[in-house]
Design a protein around this ligand. Structure first.
Ligand SMILES: Cc1cc2nc3c(=O)[nH]c(=O)nc-3n(C[C@H](O)[C@H](O)[C@H](O)COP(=O)(O)OP(=O)(O)OC[C@H]3O[C@@H](n4cnc5c(N)ncnc54)[C@H](O)[C@@H]3O)c2cc1C
Length: 371
């Protein structure tokens, strides 16, 4: 029977980057996915993902996550006086010495006349912010992994996995495959894979909407930056200028961050939620300088996997540290921009059981009830 040094389960954003990193390090590695990534059944489709350097959720996120496949459009974050999004972004920029500009709503609309916000709003502009292309990033990582000798099994769901003193194993299609270490990066399927220990992970079904920008150049690159406006107790609204290709509809992409109901991966295929589309469309139009609201071109679902504190869950499985079972999940709707660095951390954990990267605050151990 073949024995690998490492098996990576799930080849989406995180798993594809881990596979590529392990292969580049010369590790004999096998990647397995239930579908053929990039695909539209999980959390990594829709054509674009916002990236920023000054990260308002936690200053420790602000590392260089790689330049490749990244499009710098600039990034605006703003909201009413005292809003947490721009305050957090300023704090993070200060702590990490990153260059950002604070501006009020009046200056924002003067410099970026495509927006409509009250004059006293507090906003921040980050010039290197922008977006990455998720499907292309995954395809590139898998191609790189293959080039460096990684083996892959696609359309092959893992049914069981385990670990003991000799290492780890997975079972798929009636076959048991063994390895010295294991990476579990199955996105919204992690609750099923971690059965019984995953009470704290909560997948939600989010709605992405594409609006007809009517060919108005103000709403297109390079004029329009990526944007996110804080709405206090309501989910923040974000937008990304049109970028065609990789199956994404044509139009300005908008959405509400964390608006969706609890869900399972199976529910993503259902008809798009019309009320969610209307909420996102109206919140976006409210912030755009238009005489008549931009209309919906297309809408799709995508899955978040929420952790209780919305920080990622990244580290060794608490019950299998010796077998070096590394888990990556709970990306809570903001993980994509870190995929390359998470791939590095997973490769370190799988091969050495530890990493020099500052991921201590993401440890699965922080949840008393388990992952
Ligand atoms: C609408 C939306 C907008 C977002 N916007 C942003 C953003 O602007 N910026 C940002 O940084 N992040 C954003 N995110 C979050 C980011 O996209 C996710 O954090 C990231 O894609 C998660 O990657 P993943 O590898 O965990 O999951 P996925 O990419 O879904 O990969 C999981 C893989 O595991 C496979 N799998 C599952 N079960 C099994 C099994 N049993 N056996 C084998 N394979 C299995 C699946 O087929 C899948 O390929 C957004 C997410 C959504 C949904």
């Amino acid at each position: 029977m073949t024995r690998f040094q490492c098996i990576v389960v799930g080849l989406g954003a995180m798993g594809s980057c881990a596979l590529a990193e392990l292969a580049r390090r010369g590790v004999r590695v096998l990647g397995i996915d239930r579908f053929a990534p990039p695909h539209d059944r999980g959390s990594s489709h829709g054509g674009s993902r916002v990236i920023r350097l000054s990260y308002f959720e936690h200053p420790d996120y602000s590392r260089d996550a790689g330049e490749a496949l990244r499009h710098e459009t600039g990034l605006i974050v703003g909201g009413p006086v005292g809003n947490g999004a721009s305050a957090g972004m300023l704090r993070s920029a200060r702590e990490h010495g990153l260059k950002v500009e604070a501006l009020d709503g009046a200056e924002l609309t003067r410099r970026f006349p495509m927006f409509r916000v009250p004059a006293d709003w507090e906003c921040v502009f980050e010039a290197p912010g922008g977006f990455v292309r998720p499907e292309r990033t995954i395809a590139a990582a898998l191609a790189d992994a293959a080039r460096h000798g990684a083996e892959m099994r696609l359309d092959t769901p893992i049914e069981r996995w385990g670990a003991d003193a000799r290492g780890a194993w997975v079972e798929c299609a009636g076959t048991r495959i063994e390895a010295e270490s294991l990476v579990l990066a199955a996105g919204a399927w992690m609750p099923a894979l971690l059965a019984g220990r995953a009470a704290t992970l909560r997948p939600t079904r989010e709605t992405i909407v594409w609006l007809d920008d009517r060919g108005d150049e103000r709403f297109r690159r390079p004029n329009m930056p990526v944007w996110l406006f804080d709405r206090g107790a309501l989910p923040a609204v974000y937008g990304i200028p049109r970028f065609d290709g990789m199956g994404a509809p044509s139009g300005m992409k908008v959405g509400l961050h964390g608006d969706g109901p609890d869900a399972t991966p199976e529910s993503i295929a259902r008809e798009v939620d019309a009320a969610a589309v209307a909420r996102a469309t109206s919140a976006a139009n409210e912030r755009l300088a238009v005489d008549a609201p931009l209309e919906v071109v297309a809408a799709r679902h995508c899955l978040y996997t929420m952790s209780p504190d919305t920080d990622f869950v990244l580290g060794l499985h608490p019950e299998h540290p010796a077998a070096r079972v590394a888990i990556a999940c709970g990306f809570s709707g903001h993980g994509f921009k870190f995929a390359p660095v998470i791939g590095e951390a997973l490769a370190d954990l799988a091969m050495h059981g530890s990493t020099a990267l500052p991921i201590g605050f993401l440890s699965p151990q922080r949840f008393a009830k388990g992952v």
